[in-house]
Design a protein around this ligand. Structure first.
Ligand code: NCD
Ligand code: ZN
Length: 350
């Protein structure tokens, strides 16, 4: 396909880190320029564990929005072993909380309050199944004996398959999938199981971690995998299968936190998110499938209306800045100093 202009329904980001305070103010504009809505991750310090905290956080996001921006944050709760069962009904009734996020303790940035033993939260999960509130899974085991590249596959075998059997009615999203194993599991599941896929996992394989030297800005959780997995993800995202939808997992960290002897996980992509996805879809010869993946499948899964307005992309290359401001310091974005083939050139109101 050789399109040079692409007009699609305005997309949504179904997995995003907006942070808080000054960092929130630094990054929110990038997302609001492109996306109508985003599922906002709750891994703040301390984590967002109650509806009251989620609503306060939502108010801070609204205040941080640039003037005139039209953007709707969809809030989530951070599941802990102390989450009360009653919080699920409160979340469902709130109209502001749309899902609950499971982090295995120790898997990634700010996950120390996560769940150690899944069975301890079964009563809460049962309430989620009853109230049809989706569970969002960071699908990795954290045992020291399991190779880091096998963490997702082993999570599926050990935890996800038993969870599906125990709670067949539970709506769940396997977040930021990175392997063929995850693609196969989700594709074979019924419609109450979905998966998000990031732009960086569609565009990069694990070689990007070691290109001429160690590349901390390509380090994220789950870690990039080998090329066969990237190819499986690209195929899943671009073949029109409604199980799969856009979730950037854009995760800003200041440079010093990533360029360190123990660098944080997270790739910042919000500055060019839909443009990067357009590149990946073009690479697969499937630009005609971008709209379904970016603008339809996620809204349908969350039972929310599809957006009415549209955005226009053009095949005009631009160079990404070396860094963006982040909370008084800077953040190095994906493709820093390099070119991106697509640009967002406009919006059309409904
Ligand atoms: C995320 C972050 O920095 O908050 N990092 C990442 O590598 N994706 C946490 C997460 O989603 O795992
Ligand atoms: Zn994330």
């Amino acid at each position: 396909m050789t399109s040079t202009r692409l007009e699609i329904t305005r997309p949504d980001d179904w997995h995003l880190h907006l942070r808080d305070g000054d960092a929130l103010g630094s990054v929110i504009g990038h997302t609001a320029q492109r996306f109508a809505r985003a599922i906002v991750m709750p891994n703040l310090k301390p984590p967002v564990t109650t509806v009251a905290q989620a609503e306060d956080y939502r108010a801070r996001i609204m205040t941080a929005l640039p003037p005139g921006a039209r953007f709707q944050p969809l809030m989530t709760l951070y599941l802990t072993e102390d989450t009360p069962v009653e919080e699920i009904a409160r979340a469902k009734d709130s109209g502001s909380v749309f899902a609950v996020k499971y982090y295995p303790a120790g898997a990634t940035t700010n996950s120390q309050s996560g769940v150690r033993e899944l069975s301890r939260v079964y009563p809460v999960i049962e309430a989620m199944a009853r109230h049809q509130l989706p569970l969002l899974l960071h699908g990795e085991v954290t045992d020291a004996q399991i190779d880091i590249f096998d963490r997702e596959r082993v999570f599926i075998e050990r935890h996800l398959m038993p969870l599906r059997e125990r709670f067949p009615e539970l709506r769940m999203v396997l977040e930021h999938i990175t392997t063929r194993d995850a693609v196969d599991f989700v594709r074979a599941a019924p419609a109450n199981v979905g998966a998000t896929i990031t732009a960086h996992h569609l565009l990069l394989n694990r070689n990007a971690l070691f290109q001429g030297g160690i590349r901390p800005h390509n380090f994220c959780a789950p870690i990039l995998k080998r090329e066969t997995h990237r190819a499986a993800l690209l195929q899943a995202a671009t073949n029109g299968d409604a199980h799969f939808f856009l979730g950037t997992d854009s995760a800003p960290h200041i440079r010093a936190a990533k360029e360190s002897d123990c660098g944080c996980a997270g790739v910042y992509t919000a500055h060019a998110a839909i443009e990067l996805y357009a590149e990946a879809f073009e690479q697969a010869g499937k630009l005609d499938q971008l709209e379904a993946f970016a603008s339809f499948h996620g809204a349908d899964f969350y039972r929310l209306p599809r957006n009415q307005d549209r955005i226009v992309l053009e095949r005009t290359a631009w160079t990404v800045p070396e860094e963006y401001p982040l909370a008084g310091a800077t953040c190095k974005p994906m493709r820093a100093g390099e070119s991106i083939a697509w640009s967002v050139v406009g919006h059309t109101a409904h």
